[in-house]
Write a protein that binds this ligand. Sequence first.
Ligand SMILES: NC(=O)C1=CN([C@@H]2O[C@H](COP(=O)(O)OP(=O)(O)OC[C@H]3O[C@@H](n4cnc5c(N)ncnc54)[C@H](OP(=O)(O)O)[C@@H]3O)[C@@H](O)[C@H]2O)[C@@H](O)CC1
Ligand SMILES: Nc1ncnc2c1ncn2[C@@H]1O[C@H](COP(=O)(O)OP(=O)(O)O)[C@@H](O)[C@H]1O
Length: 271
Amino acid sequence: MDNSPDLWLSKLPVLKTDGSKYDRGHCIVLGGPVASTGAARLAARAALRIGAGLVSVACDPSSLMVYATALEAVMTKPVKDEAAFAALISDPRITSLVMGPAAGINDRTKAFVLAALRAGKPCLLDADALTVFKDDPSQLFDAIRSPVLLTPHEGEFARLFGQVTDRASDALRAAKTSGAVVLLKGRDTVIAAPDSRLVINRNAPPTLATAGSGDMLAGFAGGLMAQGMEAFDAACAAAWIHAEAARLFGPGLISEDLSEMVPQVLRQLTH
Ligand SMILES: NC(=O)C1=CN([C@@H]2O[C@H](COP(=O)(O)OP(=O)(O)OC[C@H]3O[C@@H](n4cnc5c(N)ncnc54)[C@H](OP(=O)(O)O)[C@@H]3O)[C@@H](O)[C@H]2O)[C@@H](O)CC1
Ligand SMILES: Nc1ncnc2c1ncn2[C@@H]1O[C@H](COP(=O)(O)OP(=O)(O)O)[C@@H](O)[C@H]1O
């Protein structure tokens, strides 16, 4: 089935007239090391723009100053180790996690992902949060019990599930194997669920092939999950909104522009 707003418009978060920011969810984005903070910052801004009430970057104390000076509405939470991260995300007001964009391919990222999965929160895993499991993908799959969305590009997909030959059937197989919703990025993005739902997003322009645009997509989907949207619906809505934002912006797109186009896309969708 092709992706279109008809599939998920009625499931987009609706604001309570008397609600507070806490009613809109709190998304935690895992920050990376001091020299690679951009990807997590892009994802965090995207999550905020798509409507999460609060977004925080959880980062090592050694990179805190970079995040703190580069962020405004997005907050920062220093987490020195896995125990501190587990304590942070145990707060019931934390409603989704985005992990992977430039997080670092190391044991720390792996331990934090496993801690997040143990906590049972809705999780989006992208980039390095997938690559860290390339030597033992079953360690990841065995840990997946909560609602999880995996968002690999073809290179990341191959590390966990083998080379892509047929995008739709490969994504479906990956969803069943992992127990997660799988969003396989590309010109046409395939979204597959373990229960065999399959949607193909076809409105993406080639201007999206620019550094950081996948980080933005992660933030959009994670921000929708923070507001209570189910992982599959959040993936479909995020892929369509991401592509529509690029289409409306037109030439000269850089990733930073995508979050700034979201108000226009949402206005068109909801009026
Ligand atoms: N502003 C920032 O801070 C940004 C930081 N970023 C962060 O950088 C880190 C590295 O991420 P990455 O995706 O650039 O590299 P990596 O994981 O090595 O995979 C690349 C390999 O996979 C293969 N490949 C196959 N298909 C592919 C496809 N469709 N798209 C892409 N690659 C594809 C490809 O093979 P090739 O086609 O060259 O044979 C290549 O060998 C990660 O943490 C990310 O979050 C970025 O988000 C950018 C903005
Ligand atoms: N040729 C293309 N046409 C349309 N969309 C594309 C094209 N190439 C990449 N994209 C989209 O751009 C994004 C790139 O994500 P990703 O590969 O993770 O990049 P990054 O790691 O730089 O954020 C994905 O959403 C993908 O679907």
